[in-house]
Design a protein around this ligand. Structure first.
Ligand code: PEP
Ligand code: MG
Length: 313
């Protein structure tokens, strides 16, 4: 179980809650707290501090996820009609190469200090992955020429957050070191429901059979290719989904640090056979209502005193 963080100091909360490392380091916050993008040194120092605080535990750094719900001042000056389908995340980074290169150099330099992986957000086609990897390879050569230390084997993975990437998971797996399923966005794009719009919040359902099906497709593709697959959306920290995720084959979940203890408690109360049986049963359901009811019932049965309030409607 790993923690999702935004700032280096949050490592302490992850460790205090029993996390084994950081599965999602959201890096855009350094960019949102000032009008000027941070330079390479500022980013390097921030990543390095996180890695040092982790003291040998793994750290997965996500490259910039700017746009849509995470706008800088300059982005706000050129509003888009449909920002969630617009220039965000890896798309924005690839169109702002000097800024992206600065970040990738900072990440590479930080990788000299501990086990670092990097992943790209919102990848929707193979060219984005290839372009990003090529940039990392070029920057690695640059650093080597300059005699600056970095990990030349740093694993580069993909966040699966868009249905096109989930459906093409086998193809992506062949060129990725690992997957991390970002269900916050995957739910939004699969169901065509704005994750921040209260008027359609009732339609935003992680338990929707289409979401479950896509997540399963991704886990299977990763397993058959032999790459790691984790899940780092909010779903990972919701006890009600825990047995389903284990039953699907997930073995690494990254979540809000405060949720680690309760998820750990669920895991210690179940057997894998039980979870697999539940996942098979849930896979045959055709409505989110059915999925959710089954998951709630199973969690309640484990220990009504402990998990009762997590399943209250
Ligand atoms: C996700 O989309 O599931 C995710 C983890 O990324 P974010 O919430 O930062 O978009
Ligand atoms: Mg996301």
């Amino acid at each position: 179980l790993l923690g999702n963080i935004e700032f280096p100091d949050e490592v302490e909360t992850v460790l205090r809650n029993g996390g084994d490392g950081v599965g999602l380091y959201r890096t855009e916050f350094l960019f949102l707290t000032s009008n000027e993008p941070p330079d390479e040194e500022a980013q390097y120092q921030s990543y390095r501090r996180t890695i040092e605080l982790l003291d040998g535990r793994p750290c997965t750094i996500r490259t910039l996820d700017l746009g849509a719900d995470k706008m800088t001042q300059s982005m706000l000056q050129e509003p888009e009609r449909n920002p969630f389908l617009g220039l965000r995340s890896i798309r924005y980074s690839l169109q702002n190469q000097p800024m992206f290169k600065t970040q990738l150099r900072a990440i590479l330099r930080a990788s000299a200090h501990g086990p670092v992986k990097t992943m790209f957000p919102l990848v929707s086609n193979l060219m984005e992955l290839r372009q990003g990897k090529l940039m990392i390879a070029d920057l690695g050569e640059e650093l080597a020429d300059e005699g600056i230390a970095f990990d030349p084997q740093m694993p580069v993975g993909v966040m699966i957050e868009v249905p096109s990437a989930a459906l093409m998971a086998r193809t992506f797996a062949a060129e990725s070191a690992f997957f991390s399923i970002g269900t916050n966005d995957l739910v939004q794009y699969t169901l065509a429901v704005d994750r921040g719009n209260e008027r359609v919040a009732h339609l935003y359902q992680a338990a929707h059979p289409a979401v479950v099906y896509l997540a399963k497709t991704v886990v299977r593709a990763a397993r058959s290719t032999g790459i790691d697959c984790s899940l780092c959306g909010e779903m990972a920290g919701e006890p009600v989904f825990c047995m389903l995720l284990l039953g699907m084959g997930l073995r690494t979940l990254s979540m809000v640090p405060d949720q680690i203890p309760v998820v750990k408690r669920v895991i210690r109360s179940v057997t894998m056979e039980h979870c697999e049986r539940l996942a098979r049963r849930v896979g045959s359901f055709d409505s989110e209502r059915q999925v959710e009811t089954a998951l709630r019932d199973e969690l309640r049965k484990l220990d009504p005193d402990v998990f009762g309030h997590w399943v209250a409607e």
